[in-house]
Design a protein around this ligand. Sequence first.
Ligand SMILES: NC(=O)c1ccc[n+]([C@@H]2O[C@H](COP(=O)([O-])OP(=O)(O)OC[C@H]3O[C@@H](n4cnc5c(N)ncnc54)[C@H](O)[C@@H]3O)[C@@H](O)[C@H]2O)c1
Length: 339
Amino acid sequence: MATVTIKAEEAKQLVIQKLQEAGLNDQHAKKIAEVLVHADLRNVNSHGVLRTEHYINRLKAGGINPDANITFQSTGPVTGIVDGDDGFGHVVADIAIDHAIEMAKSSGVGMVTAMNSSHCGALSYFVQKAAEEKLIGIAMTHTDKIVVPFGGKTQFLGTNPIAYGVPAKTKQPFILDMATSNVALGKILQAREEGKEIPEGWAVDENGAPVTDPNKVASLTPFGGPKGYGLAVIVDIFSGLLAGAAFGPHIGKMYDDLDKKRKLGHYFCAINPAFFTDPDVFLEQMDRMMEELQQVPPAPGFERVYVPGEIEQLHEARNLEQGITIASSVYEFLTKKVQ
Ligand SMILES: NC(=O)c1ccc[n+]([C@@H]2O[C@H](COP(=O)([O-])OP(=O)(O)OC[C@H]3O[C@@H](n4cnc5c(N)ncnc54)[C@H](O)[C@@H]3O)[C@@H](O)[C@H]2O)c1
């Protein structure tokens, strides 16, 4: 696949310009660009600027509100609800995690659900924000059905990711950000874009049989059999039902019905370690735990043990210097002048 490497700042500006041309206000366009480029910097390209074209198609078709008036309603000392007004999920999620962070700072914990939202991108962005404030962040979002339930032939659940961000004293935060499917749908889309095969076990065809051709993928599989399946349902409960949104097969489609508002839900939580233990000791122990994990001798075939989030952080450090690498077709779209 032909690729182009550009500086993160250039990518951001291109995305902002495209979104503005499509009728989005500056503030929302900037936030979306930041979340997308965050993903590309971490080599999570499946959730990076590659998605801009789809978002613009949905925006133009009427499936996203370009003038969303996103509001927060406090529902208790440490709880609240964000109403996304059918705007961009990245902006809705950002506002929701900010409210959770503020409550956790003053009251120890903050929990916020978001409703009337849309695709919010890579969850790592939001839990990292909490970790940067020396808080623990948790995020979940449901998505439309593509994953078979364990033992089932037809799809019911989304790739329903869950993410945790935990701060440390001197080291970068622990960031576990994972779809509850074996892989995120974006990785299948990326393999299609790149003309590559996918490993066996990632997906099944319309008969429920394993496939390696990304073009034959009908459904994805949950990771870890019944465990990943159970977690995917939990994500649908927290980010869907608790947010007053739909579940599984009733969730608005990402790549169909572009003219319809998706009405997605998200769940965010921030926890202040200082309300539970000595915060300095907690942060030192996080450093120590991660160091000791990294020192575990590697098994045959492994270079070393990484902590969750570390590989992406290494990519980010390098890509900040050298630039992010995206498909040439994506770059062409981003740089194409409006007729
Ligand atoms: N918004 C949505 O609707 C949606 C839906 C699905 C996925 N996503 C996003 O897709 C992205 C990719 O998800 P994914 O499940 O494909 O991620 P992944 O499988 O690449 O990584 C999952 C986690 O495992 C960790 N990890 C990977 N290799 C490791 C190793 N060797 N040692 C230690 N830790 C390791 C990573 O740091 C990460 O925290 C995430 O950002 C997720 O939020 C978003």
